[in-house]
Design a protein around this ligand. Structure first.
Ligand SMILES: [Zn+2]
Length: 541
């Protein structure tokens, strides 16, 4: 096959151990065909398009091993109103934004607001329906917590969703109730949130072009240099939509899905179903919740602070799991023996023991080499738990943006300095022999692999600038592996993407500086200049 695209005069970081650096890359038919010196790659050009990168850095496209595109298209793109604390400054501004939005809508129109955050947004607190009824008397509204683990509805929205005192809690989730047994408007965890938001999302589906929303969603990934994304809360009903998007010439991102485990403990497809653009790798379970709403299962309590009071937590509060150890075991037994990879959300150290026990049992009963069982986020895991995970061959996807955005809240508002210093320890995971990925969990935090790397390398919190647990820092190269080849491995995609290797897809990103030679404190200031998917340019700054 003749070469159709050649990159020359680049600082190529291949992520290949045998040849880490090069100057030029040749592409044919969407795949990398040769890597080497500028002169020798130019010789292959033979009429091909030559891109002179003038010393810029060429990397494998970033891999986001834990994100939520399905959730993000419904939460940060219109008609949903984005009130994440990264863009709105305090509670009063949130209320003003809600009122301004509703003033422009006919009474009775269903509306959602995403990103309310009692931890990061001054004045924000747990919202119940009485307060929301006063803010929004004429419209059914739901305000979604930035964690994605809680939602706050007014009385009209509860009625629209058909949730009342007789509605049972779905497995693994809850509707909070007052002393008389009436729903307070607070819904916790995925199944309850899906039921609460169903009428609103029916409005979105009726008014929006879903292919258009998907295109806008993956434009955000392409801008961040991400060429392979994952969907960690995948609903099988979205499969035809994603399949038709991925099958088009204009698709911007490869998508690897993890289906929610609530489909009768059985998927409708086989492990690894799909193709190079859209495939299903695994099954997802949320064993506990979010530190930012108080429902992670730890062995230690939350502190008594103004922040925990605003979150609606009693003094000495200890969070809880979403599932019993027996239920976690049941989910593992339902899927693992038939070949599925599992990805289980784990924040608290208490729930980590339950998940490790379940993984240990299922691996003893059904040994399988190269299983790549996953644990997600891993906020409060201890070094001994990483060591046990390492012995079991488990892989972890870590959330360093917790340190950057929430580091001060962890130390001063929620758990104290000692817990904060150990939070999301990439060092402990690597020292235990665990392969890791780094992620943003978007929309929980905006897609930014470079900020993830910066934070894993520096562990510096945005607000005060303090460094949390410097002994848990990792090197820039370790962080880059966790956003490229090791993240690809976690998704069973390392034979196709994740490094600049002949035979792999030409999924590439051009940066205006070398992340391995940049001051780690300034990694997030590097710019994504261009992104290529299969040799096709999908983003240009
Ligand atoms: Zn997630």
């Amino acid at each position: 096959m003749s070469t159709d695209l050649v990159f020359v005069n680049a600082e190529v970081i291949t992520m290949e151990r045998g040849r880490p650096h090069a100057e030029a890359v040749a592409v044919a038919g969407g795949r990398i065909v040769a890597v080497g010196a500028t002169d020798s790659m130019r010789a292959l050009a033979n009429g091909a398009q030559v891109v002179d990168l003038k010393g810029r850095t060429l990397l494998p496209g970033f891999v986001e091993a834990h994100g939520h595109p399905t959730l993000e298209i419904m939460t940060v793109l219109p008609p949903t109103v984005d009130i994440r604390p990264f863009f709105v400054h305090d509670h009063d501004e949130v209320v003003a934004k809600i009122k301004e939005t509703l003033a422009a809508l006919p009474p009775g129109t269903l509306q959602a607001f995403y990103g309310y955050d009692p931890v990061l947004c001054p004045g924000a607190h747990k919202l119940e329906r009485g307060e929301l009824d006063a803010i929004a008397p004429d419209h059914p509204i739901v305000v979604l917590n930035n964690s994605g683990h809680a939602g706050y509805a007014n009385t009209r929205m509860l009625a629209a969703a058909g949730i009342n005192r007789d509605t049972p809690d779905p497995v693994g989730s809850q509707y909070e109730r007052d002393s008389a047994g009436e729903p307070t408007g607070v819904a916790l965890e995925t199944a309850a949130l899906i039921a609460l938001t169903k009428p609103y999302f029916e409005r979105v589906m009726a008014e929006s072009s879903m292919p258009d929303l998907l295109r806008r969603e993956f434009e955000m990934y392409a801008r961040a240099g991400v060429t392979t994304a994952s969907d960690m809360a995948f609903d099988r009903q979205s499969r035809p939509l994603f399949a038709s998007y991925s099958g088009t010439q204009g698709a911007l991102t490869r998508i690897v899905t993890y289906e929610k485990s609530d489909g009768g403990l059985k998927s409708d497809v086989s492990p690894g179903w799909g193709d190079d653009m859209f495939r299903q790798a695994g099954i997802k379970l949320w064993a506990d919740g979010s530190p930012w709403i108080g429902n992670i299962a730890t062995t230690f309590p939350y502190m008594c602070t103004g922040m925990t009071e605003a979150m609606g937590l009693k003094c000495g509060h200890i969070g809880h799991a979403n599932y019993t150890p027996e239920q976690i075991h049941e989910v593992c037994e339902a899927y693992f023996p038939s070949g599925w990879q599992l990805a289980i959300h784990v924040h608290g150290d208490a729930i980590a023991d339950s998940v490790l026990d379940a993984y240990d049992d299922v691996l003893s009963g059904h040994p399988r080499p190269d299983h790549r069982l996953r644990m997600e986020h891993c906020g409060a895991l201890r070094a001994d738990q990483y060591e046990r995970a390492g012995r079991l061959g488990i892989t972890c996807s870590l959330f360093p943006a917790h340190i950057y955005y929430f580091g001060d809240a962890l130390a001063d508002g929620l758990f104290g300095e000692a817990v904060a210093a150990n939070w999301v320890s990439a060092r402990s995971a690597l020292d235990a022999g665990i392969k890791i990925s780094l992620h943003n969990d978007a929309p929980v935090t905006p897609e930014s692999p470079l900020l993830n790397m910066q934070t894993a390398v520096t562990r510096r919190a945005r607000g005060s600038g303090r460094v949390l647990g410097p002994e848990h820092r990792i090197t820039p190269l370790e962080a880059l592996r966790a956003q490229t080849i090791d993240a690809a491995w976690q998704l069973f995609m390392e034979d196709r993407v994740g490094s600049i290797t002949p035979g792999k897809f030409a999924d590439l990103v051009v940066l205006d500086g070398n992340p391995l030679a940049t001051d780690p404190e300034r990694l997030s200031e590097l710019n994504v200049v261009e992104t290529y998917l299969g040799g096709r340019q999908v983003h240009q700054a």
